[in-house]
Design a protein around this ligand. Structure first.
Ligand code: ATP
Ligand code: MG
Ligand code: FE
Length: 360
């Protein structure tokens, strides 16, 4: 089926077009620059930007795919989780289109969409991914971005997805952004820390790995926590400044702090993800979300998966960050599985649980 997917859960207005598992277009407009001076995504600003970007992004996706609205078999839209006001713009646009065109509409779970990204193939896409063959199930999925840090067990993409664990405070990307700010690096902090860390020693400072003590593991085996890590970096920098502040002989070792922080995040992410693979006997790990761009996260994922005999799957970065194609991909799966459309009564649900792949 030919499906157009709309994604507006955060700061990307994404519109993708797929035919089954074939990617035809993935148009994206981001309001990231508008949030830079606030150091994080501002919901009101994001919602307004979606409103402005919606029409041109839909038009661009259709043009890139070389299809018209009339040819579509179905529409799909992110129904949640995400920022309420941002989600509402996408859901309203999708409903308006569905009514005007008389086409079925599917309200889709954003997190499951991140997994759906891995199904897609297209010109040059599989080559970029490096993964051979199709995604087999079950798989463990680690989704890490500015808004979420979640570990999922996916047995069936359109019917059986389970949340194993998630962050109990900050998301990993959020921690990158906050620590970058602390180090005087611009927003978004993830790419900045990654760049600076390349010159640093990851063993220079031993920052804490959240929720990994035996006592924590009992209740939070697959959960994450990054706010203690962020505080620990802040304390370290404060202590350094109080001892050496203003001393030109002792500038803040930004590269070492960045490298040590990045190591702590990568370590805890992959320790927990591979524990899940081992505990559940699942020989597959799929990564998704903007933090997958992180060089150390990718490297450690390769190392640890190889050592554990776990197949690692990483979609190309353009499909790891928020996009409309991944939503269209789930929409196509729902159509192919014979699921009834969502109708027009559903609304955006900012806290939609991952067990609800489709909203009704
Ligand atoms: P959502 O949580 O809904 O997916 P988002 O917009 O926060 O939305 P993405 O756009 O997927 O998520 O990712 C953005 C996040 O990824 C930011 O927090 C950014 O700092 C982080 N990020 C991007 N590149 C890197 C990198 N190289 N290393 C670490 N973090 C990175
Ligand atoms: Mg984003
Ligand atoms: Fe996302």
């Amino acid at each position: 089926p030919l499906v157009l997917g709309i994604e507006t859960s955060c700061d990307e207005t994404g519109v993708g077009v797929v035919r089954g598992r074939t990617l035809l277009a993935n148009a994206i407009a981001s309001s990231m620059d508008e949030h830079a001076r606030f150091g994080g995504v501002v919901p009101e600003v994001a919602a307004r930007a979606h409103l402005e970007a919606m029409r041109p992004t839909i038009e661009r996706a259709l043009a890139d795919a070389g299809v018209t609205l009339d040819e579509l078999d179905a529409l799909a839209v992110t129904a949640g989780p995400g920022l309420a006001g941002a989600l509402m713009v996408g859901v309203s646009a999708a409903k308006a289109l569905a009514v005007a065109l008389g086409k079925p509409l599917y309200g889709v779970n954003h997190l499951v969409g991140h997994v759906g990204a891995d199904l897609l193939s297209g010109e040059g896409l599989r080559e970029a991914v490096g993964a051979v063959g199709e995604l087999e199930l079950p798989t463990v999925a680690l989704l890490v971005s500015g808004g979420h840090t979640s570990l999922l067990l996916v047995r069936d993409l359109v019917g059986d997805v389970e949340m194993l664990g998630e962050t109990i405070d900050d998301a990993a990307g959020e921690a990158f952004d906050k620590v970058a700010r602390l180090l005087g690096l611009p927003y978004p902090g993830g790419p900045q820390i990654d760049r600076v860390a390349a010159e640093g020693d990851p063993q220079a400072i031993r920052f804490p790995r959240g929720l990994t003590r035996p006592k924590d593991l009992e209740r939070h085996r697959y959960d994450f926590s990054f706010s203690g890590l962020k505080t620990s970096v802040a304390r370290w920098v404060e202590k350094f400044e109080s001892e050496h502040g203003g001393d030109p002989e002792h500038p803040l070792p930004v590269a070492d702090v960045a490298a040590s922080f990045r190591e702590a995040v990568a370590d805890v992410l992959l320790t927990k993800a591979l524990a899940a693979c081992r505990d559940l006997g699942v020989p597959r790990l799929l990564l998704g979300g903007g933090v997958v761009a992180n060089a150390r996260v990718r490297e450690l994922a390769r190392e640890r998966c190889a050592a554990a005999g776990v197949e690692l799957r990483v979609p190309p970065l353009s499909l790891c960050t928020d996009n409309g194609a991944m939503i269209a991909s789930i929409g196509a799966q729902l159509v192919m599985a014979g699921h009834a459309p969502s109708g027009l009564a559903f609304g955006a649900d900012s806290t939609l649980p991952v067990t609800e792949v489709q909203l009704r």
